[in-house]
Design a protein around this ligand. Structure first.
Ligand code: GLN
Length: 494
């Protein structure tokens, strides 16, 4: 029996009853990490030496659900004495002297970090193709991308290298790859998990979250990570609940809604294809299944202009915040330093060499948006639009317990595929998960089927601080489908 492939609950059971050991789990996890690395490229660093050292001292850690269980974490989290690059040349030799709060908490809980995973450079991107160490491939078909930015963290759960992993989500960076990779991807309410030690991208929208293979497992991870952190002033107070013990499908109110425009075929006349047709049919089935579980599901009208504004609003705010946050990446304090005759020249040369064109483009945009004469028209207006969207959602969450939507409007694209028209509604509406970041709403993607042999996902979002309600909705919906705990066969050639 390979317990590594099981849910966290089953692994804990097997550890307790002696059917497996942490040594065995870690060995298998490292074996798989190494075996799949060349083909899928999930890792920046496999921390073999460190994890074997940690294993030796594991007996001193008090008993805990995550004790002895291997995991992986995105390379934009600080890890003490371990390379932390954010998949960018600007940090390619950066070794922090402290652990991010989540890393510290996982260590205290006895979870065993087996590696740091590849992301889109500095977490800016959605494809998993822009890391300085190369592209990440989709375990369900290596000719396709896995999505990003938490690409490696998703791939290593999909490949069965680890039963859970940690990522970050500013626009959809956990929930989108989760859909493409056929696993669960969750981002909690803003502040539920401390961001101390996560390299900031857009602070007002950055969230820490996780990938698992079933909804219940999210509970164990969030139990270990949640809580007030003196080092993150946005972290929420401690709560007196154990998620893992309360994810059981027990919910009083079961009212769901979806946004009609996003699933309206009339909006996709120019871009409709068999793939989208099947994704929309799948969503109809999901609604039927929800109704069988006792949910009411209603379609609502959301202002179409506001929907189309999601992407521009996201880009405006995130590029501005990112430009400001990343102004400390100069080659002076962190990362490789280029030569120059003055401090300015050193910074100019280091940044020119350290960032890819993609990142530079976002910083140029961000600088333009933040220029005094543009701030009102661009930055502040984007903030106002964000407010309109969040207010509308907050109103809806007074009446409904959750919003359901197809997580993405395509399966994982092929690397070379012609991009769909970037101005089409299909492309614009594909960014709807950023709503969760605008409002800090808890949001989860769960696998809900296959189209053309590739997994697709269902996204569910609830009101602020309603994490437990959301997880219970997701748990119930998950139970109506047959995609729980799936692992990709990493030997497929595509
Ligand atoms: N795809 C989005 C972007 O490119 C989201 C990134 C994220 O959530 N980190 O910015």
């Amino acid at each position: 029996m390979i317990y590594l492939d099981k849910s966290l609950e089953e692994i804990q059971e097997a550890l307790k009853s002696g059917k497996t050991t942490s040594d065995e789990l870690v060995k298998l996890s490292l074996d798989r990490a190494n075996k799949y690395q060349e083909k899928y490229n999930s890792f920046v660093t496999i921390t073999e030496k460190e994890v074997l050292e940690q294993l030796k001292n594991l007996d001193n850690v008090s008993d805990n659900p995550l004790k002895g269980i291997p995991y992986a974490i995105k390379d934009n989290f600080s890890t003490k004495n371990i390379l932390s690059t954010a998949s960018s040349n600007i940090l390619k030799d950066y070794v922090p002297f402290f652990d991010a709060t989540v890393v510290k908490k996982l260590k205290e809980n006895g979870a065993l970090m087996i590696g740091k995973t590849v992301l889109d450079e500095l977490a800016m991107g959605g494809t998993g193709t822009t890391a300085n160490t190369g592209i990440v491939r989709n375990p369900w078909n290596p000719k396709r991308l896995i999505g990003g930015s938490s690409a490696g963290s998703c791939a290593c759960v999909a490949l069965g290298i680890v039963p859970f992993s940690i990522g970050s989500d500013t626009g959809d960076s956990i929930r989108k790859p989760a859909a493409y990779g056929g696993v669960v991807g969750y981002k909690p309410t803003y502040g539920r998990i401390s961001r101390f030690g996560l390299f900031p991208f857009a602070s007002s929208m950055d969230h820490v979250g996780c990938f698992t293979r079933c909804v219940k497992d999210v509970g164990y991870v969030i139990d270990a990570l949640k809580g007030k952190d003196e080092l993150d002033m946005t972290s929420l107070p401690n709560e007196d609940i154990k998620y893992s013990e309360n994810i059981n499908g027990n919910i009083k109110s079961k009212k769901l809604f979806y946004i009609k425009d996003i699933i309206d075929r009339d909006n996709y006349k120019d871009t409709m294809d068999d793939e989208l047709d099947q994704i929309l049919k799948n969503f109809d089935n999901v609604i039927e299944n929800c109704k069988k579980q006792g949910f009411t599901v209603e379609g609502i009208d959301f202002n179409k202009d506001l929907l189309k504004a999601i992407y521009p609003t996201y880009i405006t705010i995130s590029c501005a915040e990112a430009t400001s946050n990343n102004s400390n990446l100069t080659g002076i304090i962190f990362g490789p330093r280029e030569k120059g005759k003055s401090v300015d020249e050193v910074m100019f040369n280091s940044r020119t060499k350290g960032f890819s064109e993609l990142i530079k483009r976002r910083f140029v945009l961000g600088s333009y948006i933040l220029q005094k004469e543009n701030q009102e028209r661009l930055f502040l207006n984007a903030g106002r639009v964000r407010h309109l969207i969040v207010d509308k959602m907050t109103e809806l969450f007074k009446k409904y317990d959750g919003m359901i939507l197809p997580a993405t409007l395509s399966i994982a694209p092929e690397f070379k595929s012609e991009n769909i028209d970037k101005l089409s509604d299909r492309y614009l509406f594909d960014n709807h998960m950023a709503i969760g970041n605008f409002g800090g709403f808890p949001s989860i993607t769960i696998p809900c089927g296959f189209v053309n042999n590739m997994p697709i996902g269902l996204n569910i979002t609830s009101g602020i601080k309603k994490d437990l309600e959301l997880l219970n909705i997701a748990y119930l919906i998950e139970s109506t489908m047959d995609y729980k705990g799936q692992i990709a066969r990493g030997d497929i050639d595509g």
